[in-house]
Write a protein that binds this ligand. Structure first.
Ligand code: PLP
Length: 401
């Protein structure tokens, strides 16, 4: 098979699996138990957190381990100090999908309109307002500036988008926030203004440092970096106050109760270590593969042209139905997607492609190909040729219909 959907899931690296194995067996102890073997496991769990934290320029104590990025994103939003004007977790249909002020008040949070649903839906339930993107998929900084008010407490912008791979200028956003905070200080406005970023797609493709990015909260996802599914982390800068989503035994500094997922975190740490080791090599490989893909493919429009992760290729075959292309390619054991796996499985049109101004016809004809460690250049040539064949046969079919 040729797998070109690494943004949806990555296979667990064999070295990661090996690192995890002992913690399902001989090292099974509950890290909170009082005896020595359990304390040893607790130490190894903390050390693994340290490895993950170090990769983003943070400390183990800055991380809250969660069951995936969805939970980390939800936890991040608890930094907003609700005063009864917004209802968290209200039905997404109870307000406009674009978000917006509730009851005439300014919303306390802003989010990029192209965010993953785990940010978008949560933001909507907090009454958040969407920030527009430009046709490149990058944040419209003027729109951001115009929407920050004295009531804004949090801004959520992903580091790299999961449908386009668009890399957002977080340091620039952080600079704008610093300016707003300075100005608020001068006027005696005490409200916090925090920057959250979902870096789920970027951890193995960009060199991430929380201080350089200027973020207060950062979401990580093991499942996208050849680690186990259902394991994530939220980086929380010193002094940022969150509220736990679940009550219980008080693990993770009281922010995420429940017995620690020791094998998951050990695997996450190994995956992060490998990601750092392969970062430059992989980037070069994906840039070369992207070039090959775009030179062999025929009769397409490239949607994500620049400022994006090298591993993301979004191409539109105008007039065709990308869903049909996916099924035809599946017959050749080539796996691609139309966008976010969770939206694709529900047959929902991509809000991301809509936000960058694509027409319904363009959205319907767009394929997302995401490269990864399972690919090599020969595979990419073969996949591109197979896509060409399928596209030609579909055009023929439509002509004769
Ligand atoms: N955020 C982004 C950008 C993603 O791509 C994904 C997964 O596709 C998530 C969050 C959710 O991750 P999980 O399903 O592991 O909770």
């Amino acid at each position: 098979m040729i797998y070109l959907d690494h943004a949806a899931a990555t296979p667990v690296d064999l070295k990661v699996l090996e690192a995890m194995k002992p913690y399902f067996g001989v090292e099974f102890f509950n890290p909170s138990a009082a005896y020595l073997p359990a304390k040893k496991v607790a130490g190894e769990y903390e050390a693994a957190k340290g490895v993950i934290a170090h990769a983003i320029g943070a400390k183990a104590s800055d991380l809250v381990i969660t069951a995936g990025a969805t939970e980390a994103n939800n936890l991040a939003f608890t930094c907003i100090s609700l005063d009864g004007s917004c209802r968290p977790f209200s039905s997404p249909t109870s307000q406009s999908s674009a978000g917006g002020p509730l009851h005439g008040r300014h919303p306390s949070m802003l989010y990029l309109e192209t965010e993953h649903d785990s940010v978008r839906r949560t933001a909507e339930s907090y009454g958040g307002e969407a920030i527009r993107v430009l046709p490149t998929g990058l944040i419209d900084l003027d729109d951001l500036k115009s929407k920050i008010t004295d009531e804004t407490e949090m801004i959520s912008v992903s580091l790299a988008n999961n449908e386009l791979g668009a890399i957002q200028p977080l340091a620039e956003i952080a600079e704008i926030i610093r300016g707003v905070k300075f100005e608020r200080l001068k006027r005696g406005v005490k409200r916090q203004l925090l920057l959250h970023s979902d870096a789920s797609q970027a951890l193995n493709l960009l060199d991430i440092n929380v201080a350089r990015l200027g973020v207060d909260l950062l979401t990580l996802n093991a499942a996208k970096v050849y680690g186990p599914k259902g394991v994530g982390a939220l980086y929380v800068a010193h002094g940022v106050k969150l509220k736990p989503l679940v009550a219980g035994g008080g693990q993770e500094n009281g922010l995420r109760s429940g017995t620690e997922n020791v094998p998951g975190v050990i695997g996450f740490a190994k995956a992060v270590e490998l990601a750092k080791e392969h970062l430059n090599g992989n980037r070069k490989k994906y840039a070369a593969c992207r070039k090959i893909l775009l030179s062999v493919l025929k009769d397409y429009e490239l949607i994500n042209k620049k400022h994006c992760l090298d591993s993301f290729v979004v191409v539109c075959f105008r007039g065709l139905d990308a869903e049909r292309l996916i099924y035809l390619l599946e017959d050749k054991e080539i796996y691609v997607s139309t966008g976010a796996a969770c939206a694709a499985s529900k047959g929902v049109k991509s809000h991301v492609l809509k936000a960058i101004g694509l027409s319904d016809e363009e959205i319907a004809g767009s394929l997302r190909l995401t490269l990864g460690e399972t690919n090599d250049e020969e595979q990419i040539r073969e996949a591109a040729r197979a896509i060409n064949e399928v596209v030609i046969s579909e055009r023929e079919r439509l002509k004769n219909a």
